[in-house]
Design a protein around this ligand. Structure first.
Ligand code: MOS
Length: 707
């Protein structure tokens, strides 16, 4: 029933756009339940130790104060799989900022005041929060995040490196980074008779329900999790966070609906961060520019309570042909907050380092960096040996170069200026895996000729409602306006999270299947539909999660132009241009927003974003949006996202790859490479803030070779 006039690919507007801009869309703290009260966590004031006493009298004497929950009196929960959710169960303090009490009061202001009046005593232990490449406790884990083996090796990378005529041996440093979505992590919990209803800001309500049923030992049909609108997540809301557990505890304890909206200042220590990564790359090539060895070794940190290893060396297993390679991750357990997912975990810092090193290799070879990448295109995925389902990285690089005007570039560094400004351009490649998970969906045809698709998808700002209606309209062969989509409620057919750039593929596959089945039913019947309509169900378990004989990834190329102020050290990006190969683009408007959003996040990573671990205090010093600067409009230049039409029959029925994360991958490297081209100085530690740039400009110019 697909064909001309398909709803797929059209730039349909977001269906909830008007609701959002008029304030009608309800977020997790905005459900005005009768008797609703507010809770405020008390963060641990030490980096390691044990709570020995919690003095709550002064807090409970304050106006509006209703209760203080501590590890002594909080409801007991079943031990969670995710140790970061085991809040108020023991006196242990695994890191500074860990919640040690929760104050409930009538208003948020009263809850905050009472929380500040709680006095906590600790038995303090020595802490270590300092990550170094040679940390004595560094170990090689079995797996990095997402189940990747920590180490992969083929050929003789050390021997090949030692004997190569052209070599680059360089180290890069990416600091801790924080997701900082506009809407902080928030949950409102209430007991409606014997049913628990939770409004939460999450990327996946089905998983939140599963966790709550386990922790509070409730049957699934008594728990409803609503995530109707979500103000961003970027991975920090990929799994339930302490706010939802604390809200349910407080609602149970007080018998009132309770909202826990984590204060912005609490986010850095309790909802995860991108762990810092220390990279060492050794690239060797023959004089013609073909790689003969590639090693990428990463050291990162994790917390005492949870192992999360940023898989930053993994993209080097996908990108370039080389007869010898080693990629490996080591981690150090420190007394730090638990790291977690942040947009393109692994690829984002990994490709910053790899694509910067490739630029350094191009410099050492005297070769154009686009040509170097094209020359080293692999026939098959280097690590697995599998054929690519589609790749088209060369096309992205060539098309990007054409649109950007790369052929007019003078390759010499520090060759262009405007008064005190140095100008430069840079390129980097992008990759992100194609992920997809099993999902259920329901499709209904109603007698008035309209259709409803239902799936517990989550819209974290991407336009999920809209694109799922497009998938449905396409499969049904009906106009888009006739299809409504219902998402964001765990009573709907269960579905995986909006994460891993997999949401549209996962939910869309089941929606497509339910609609195809419904179309068949409609085609074989005559006469009017019953009042309640007719319904088809789909479940893609066993389909969407089947192993593929193909290596499936999206690819892309970023180009950036920067101006570096030699007086102030400020780097301004003048333009950014990305070209992506991501399968079939299902909504041209919202897809462009996703690519541009990812590129903007890369701009922040390159220039302004970074969290500093205070070694004495044991926590991140940047705890607000003034000190952790996420790009604002004034930072974002002329920015363009394009894509090439990619047909790939080995993905899903829509032919799409994920687009949420690829825009972020490599964009920081393109900017860093442009800064090198502008200044002749190679900066290897992000972000490129004015202090670092001025210090670098004061140093003698270094060659591209050596570390
Ligand atoms: Mo994203 S870090 O996969 O939510």
């Amino acid at each position: 029933m697909t064909g001309t006039g398909s709803a797929l690919g059209v730039p349909a507007e977001r269906r909830e756009g008007r609701q959002k801009v008029t304030g009608g869309a309800r977020y997790a703290a905005e459900h005005p339940l009768p008797g609703r009260v507010h809770a405020w966590p008390v963060p641990a004031g030490v980096a390691r130790g044990r709570v020995t006493a919690v003095h709550t009298e002064a807090a409970l004497d304050l106006p509006g104060a209703l209760a203080v929950l501590t590890h002594d009196n909080a409801p007991r929960i079943t031990e969670p799989d995710d140790p970061t959710l085991a809040v108020l169960q023991t006196p242990g303090v695994p890191h500074r900022g860990w919640p040690v009490a929760l104050v409930v009061a009538r208003t948020p202001e009263e809850a905050r005041a009472a929380a500040e009046a709680v006095r906590v005593e600790y038995a303090v232990e020595e802490h270590d929060v300092r990550l170094t490449a040679d940390h004595p406790e560094a170990y090689e884990p079995e797996k990095a995040n997402a189940g990747f083996p920590a180490r992969r090796e083929w050929g003789d990378p050390d021997g090949a490196f030692a004997s190569a005529p052209v070599r680059v041996d360089v180290s890069y440093h990416v600091p801790p980074l924080h997701n900082h979505p506009m809407e902080p992590h928030t949950s409102t919990a209430h007991w409606d008779g014997d049913r628990l209803v939770v409004y939460t800001s999450s990327q996946g309500g089905t998983a939140v329900r599963a966790v709550l049923t386990a922790l509070f030992e409730l049957p699934e049909d008594r728990v409803t999790v609503v995530a109707d609108h979500v103000g961003g997540g970027f991975g920090s809301k990929g799994t339930p966070r302490p706010d939802v557990v604390l809200a349910v505890m407080a609602a149970r304890e007080t018998g009132r609906p309770v909202t826990v909206a984590l204060p912005r200042r609490h986010l850095p220590s309790v909802v995860g961060h991108r762990a810092p990564t220390l990279h060492r790359l050794r690239l060797a090539a023959d004089t013609g520019g073909r790689l003969t060895a590639l090693t990428h070794e990463v050291v990162t940190h994790t917390s005492r309570i949870k192992e999360f290893v940023e898989q930053a060396a993994v993209p080097a297993r996908v990108m370039y042909a080389t007869p010898a390679s080693r990629t490996l991750h080591r981690a150090v357990r420190l007394d730090v907050p638990s790291p977690s997912w942040m947009r393109a975990p692994g690829e984002s810092p990994g490709m910053y380092a790899l694509e910067s090193a490739m630029d350094e290799l191009a410099g050492a070879l005297g070769m154009d960096p686009v040509d170097l990448r094209v020359l080293n295109e692999p026939e098959r995925e280097p690590d697995s040996g599998k054929p690519f389902s589609s790749r088209h990285l060369t096309e992205c690089l060539r098309e990007g170069a054409r649109r950007f005007g790369w052929d007019r570039r003078d390759p010499r560094p520090r060759a262009r200026g405007e008064g005190p400004l140095l100008l430069g351009t840079g390129v980097a490649a992008a990759t992100y895996p194609v992920l997809v998970g099993p999902s259920r969906a329901e499709a209904r045809a109603l007698p008035d000729g309209s259709f409803v698709v239902r799936v517990n998808a989550t819209d974290i700002g991407t336009g999920a409602r809209t694109v799922l209606a497009q998938v449905a309209a396409d499969a049904l062969g009906v106009p888009l306006e006739r299809v409504r989509s219902e998402i964001g409620d765990s009573d709907l057919p269960s579905a995986p999270l909006a994460g891993g750039s997999s949401g549209t593929a996962s939910w869309g596959w089941s929606v497509h299947r339910a609609c195809t089945e419904l179309a068949d039913q409609l085609g074989s019947r005559t006469g009017p539909l019953p009042d309640e309509g007719i319904t088809a169900h789909a479940d893609t378990a066993g389909l969407a999660d089947a192993d593929s004989p193909y290596a499936r990834h999206a690819f892309g190329a970023h180009f950036a132009e920067v101006a570096v102020d030699t007086v102030t050290g400020e780097v301004r990006v003048r333009r950014m241009l990305g070209v992506f190969a991501a399968g079939r683009i299902l909504n041209a408007r919202t897809a462009r927003s996703q690519f541009i959003g990812g590129m903007t996040m890369g701009l922040g990573m390159a220039l302004t974003e970074g969290s500093t671990m205070d070694a004495a205090f044991g926590d991140f010093t940047e705890a607000d949006l003034a000190s952790y600067h996420v790009p604002a409009h004034a930072d974002v230049p002329a920015i363009e996202a394009h894509w090439i039409d990619e047909e790939d029959a080995h993905l899903n029925p829509m032919g799409s790859k994920g687009i949420g994360e690829i825009g972020n991958v490599g964009s920081a490297a393109a900017i860093g490479n442009a800064v090198h081209h502008a200044t002749g100085v190679r900066f290897r530690e992000l972000p490129l803030t004015p202090d670092k740039v001025l210090a670098g400009l004061a140093r003698p110019v270094t060659s591209g070779r050596g570390g």
